[in-house]
Design a protein around this ligand. Structure first.
Ligand code: PEP
Ligand code: MN
Length: 338
């Protein structure tokens, strides 16, 4: 529930109320504002019902949080969140592009990729060291060695790095080399992993599962938020439908739907969303026009030789064209790629 304090309430008054909330075994939240302070109480709904704070002298109003994803919802926080990845912001006023290969394949390949996406204006480098593949016979990633190469590419270019985490046991290793954890579609409901990432002290890029509803995605974000990590970026990456012409169906409805209900930034992955190189540019522009806060795009120095997802990876020139055209669409929405 949301507890709106009276204007006259002091910080000490708020602390006293928070202590009462905590005594009930609930999680208190403190949200000071320029006009007045708002408190939150989260936890078991039956206990919340017994917490009668309405009559308290410092309390103005008590409102229930109706949505099931309490912390992710705009009921609790109306303004947009900005998530910092290294020194790069994702959120209002900006349009952030994450680019790089599907997988880290060698030290040279990730370095070349980092240089080329940086030269064309990307803000963050992507590249998977641990690759969750449909077939156990496909390239599984360079794993720990890949992490080292990513860190080296980040160091040389100054680009922050996002890379996928597939196992709770790898959190420390990944955190040491990357600026942001990526939770892939296949792990969106790996709740143990989400909880641990809520305590890992780094931002999380949470990709929508291929059969997950918007509500499922927001509830997964809630797992991370509930452990104290508010630095979450949601990602629409396409879902499974009856359509077989493309790898996935990029559901751009997700962008306005999610942005209406959550303060968390929302980005779009037109590479996995289509699976087709030539469809990435038009869908990247559509995602930008739909109000996304950024994109994650697969780019490879030699897509024809890529060890994974080559068919959807952009050639360097195609990425340059995407950056130019997306910048124009973003500018129409008052956002800059700088
Ligand atoms: C990826 O980003 O390379 C990836 C595996 O993405 P997803 O989890 O969306 O399939
Ligand atoms: Mn991929």
């Amino acid at each position: 529930m949301i507890i709106i304090l009276k204007k006259s309430a002091t910080k000490e008054d708020a602390e006293r109320l928070m202590a009462i909330i905590a005594e009930h075994g609930l999680k208190p939240l403190y949200m000071p504002g320029s006009e007045r302070t708002v408190l939150g109480a989260l936890g078991d709904e039956r206990v919340l019902a017994t917490l009668s704070l309405e009559a308290h002298p410092f309390v103005d109003r008590v409102l229930p949080i109706l949505s099931p994803y309490k912390r992710a919802s705009r009921e609790l926080q109306t303004h947009d969140s900005v998530v910092m990845v290294g020194k790069v912001p994702i959120g209002p006023g900006h349009f952030t592009v994450i680019a790089g290969p599907c997988a880290v394949e060698s030290e040279e390949q990730i370095l070349e990729s980092a240089r080329l996406v940086k030269a064309r204006g990307a803000h963050i480098l992507r590249g998977g060291a641990y690759k969750p593949r449909t077939s156990p016979y496909s390239f599984q990633g360079l794993e720990d060695e890949g992490l080292k190469y990513l860190a080296a590419a980040s160091k040389e270019t100054g680009l922050p790095v996002v890379t996928e985490i597939t196992d709770v046991h790898d959190i420390e290793k990944v955190a040491a080399c990357a600026d942001m954890f990526q939770v892939g579609a296949r792990n969106m409901q790996n709740f143990r992993l989400l909880k641990e990432l809520g305590r890992a002290g780094k931002p999380v890029l949470l990709k929508r599962g291929m059969a997950a509803t918007y509500n499922d995605l927001l509830m997964s974000a809630e797992y991370i938020l509930n452990e104290g990590n508010a630095d979450i970026v949601l990602c629409e990456r396409g879902i499974r439908t009856f359509e077989t012409g493309t790898r996935n169906t990029l559901d751009l409805n997700a962008v306005p739907y999610l942005k209406e209900r959550t303060h968390l930034p929302v980005i779009v992955d037109p590479s996995h969303g289509t699976g087709v190189r030539d469809m990435v540019l038009p869908m990247a522009k559509a995602a930008t026009a739909a109000g996304a806060d950024g994109l994650i795009v697969e780019v490879h120095p030699h897509p024809d030789q890529a060890l994974s997802d080559g068919q959807q990876s952009l050639f360097p020139d195609q990425f340059a064209k995407l950056m130019e055209q997306v910048a124009r669409v973003a500018a129409l929405e008052g956002r800059s790629l700088a």
